[in-house]
Design a protein around this ligand. Structure first.
Ligand SMILES: NC(=O)c1ccc[n+]([C@@H]2O[C@H](COP(=O)([O-])OP(=O)(O)OC[C@H]3O[C@@H](n4cnc5c(N)ncnc54)[C@H](OP(=O)(O)O)[C@@H]3O)[C@@H](O)[C@H]2O)c1
Length: 270
């Protein structure tokens, strides 16, 4: 595992807190600093073992990896303010949805090294999926550092081309919502079959958890084989799957991912 330098977070919200939990458990633990404007949030961040400051410039000065973890709409206000304390050895790791490295670079001194990351919410329990790519001035070593930064929070996929970030967003960034929506729909459908809410949540929750654990143990490439093993010809599962196939299940997913990717492109332009 790569040795991590001092890490500073700009913004101490949900994503930063999740990453801090994983990083704080590392041995040796890197120096961790968080800049967070809300006084009420600072005590909880300090309890995670981070040095907590109110001033972004202080956080930038303290770190070599600077994680930008604010809301995207705050970028134009916050990022130009980081330029005064910027130094050539620093690497900005941005998790902002839709903000390109070129857009962020325009607010920082020329040549600023930027890595763009697209995490997802299971990062909160160390089970995130993170897409990573590098901006024009970031090196392969910078990318490796960013990979080590996210290692305690989940799995990482490196992308050679930043334009693929919108597709990553569509698949894994937004992906947890597809699973949660599926859980909601199955619970509602189970209730309609006469189960109480609690019974439906137990049945659906354990079926999802058990099926995903089985799939991961066998390999995602085995999904088709595992499905066939449950599906006897002319049986109950086949009857249910026929309903989904009639609605063009794969085509529906394809259209959903295309819509998410297109929306990502639009937001990036805006
Ligand atoms: N959640 C996801 O599924 C997901 C997935 C991928 C990427 N992301 C990206 O991750 C980023 C962070 O998301 P999040 O859910 O962690 O947001 P969040 O909980 O709202 O955290 C943002 C934090 O930044 C702080 N902040 C606001 N203005 C600041 C300033 N001027 N200087 C320093 N800190 C400031 C906020 O403080 P206040 O509370 O005082 O405003 C808040 O604590 C977003 O850009 C999002 O696009 C999120």
């Amino acid at each position: 595992m790569q040795h991590l330098p001092a890490i500073s977070f700009i913004g101490g919200g949900n994503m930063a807190t999740a990453m801090l939990k994983g990083l704080a458990a590392l041995s040796p633990r890197p120096r961790l600093t968080v800049a967070e404007p809300m006084a009420e949030k600072r005590a909880a961040l300090a309890a995670l073992g981070a040095e907590v400051v109110a001033d972004n410039a202080v956080a930038v000065a303290a770190g070599r990896l600077i994680v930008l973890a604010i809301k995207p709409q705050m970028a134009a206000t916050v990022v130009p303010g980081l330029a005064a304390t910027w130094a050539p050895d620093k690497v900005l790791v941005t998790i902002l949805a839709g903000a390109t490295t070129a857009k962020l670079a325009a607010w920082l001194p020329p040549g600023a090294r930027i890595i763009r990351a697209m995490p997802n919410t299971p990062l909160a329990i160390g089970q995130g999926m993170v897409g990573l790519c590098r901006g024009a001035h970031a090196s392969a070593d910078d990318l490796a550092l960013a990979e080590a930064l996210f290692a305690p929070s989940g799995r990482v996929l490196r992308l050679a081309d930043e334009s693929r970030m919108d597709a990553i967003t569509a698949v894994s960034g937004s992906g947890p919502a597809y699973v949660f929506r599926t859980a909601e729909a199955l619970v509602t459908a189970a209730e309609a079959r006469g189960f109480t809410r609690a019974e439906a949540e137990l049945l659906v929750g354990q079926t999802l958890a058990g099926s995903v654990a089985y799939l991961m143990q066998q390999g995602v490439g085995q999904a088709g084989a595992l499905r066939q093993a449950v599906t006897s010809p002319g049986g109950t599962t086949a009857a249910a799957l026929a309903v989904l196939e009639k609605a063009d299940f794969t085509g529906l997913w394809s259209a959903a991912l295309a819509a998410a990717e297109e929306r990502g492109r639009e937001l990036g332009r805006g």
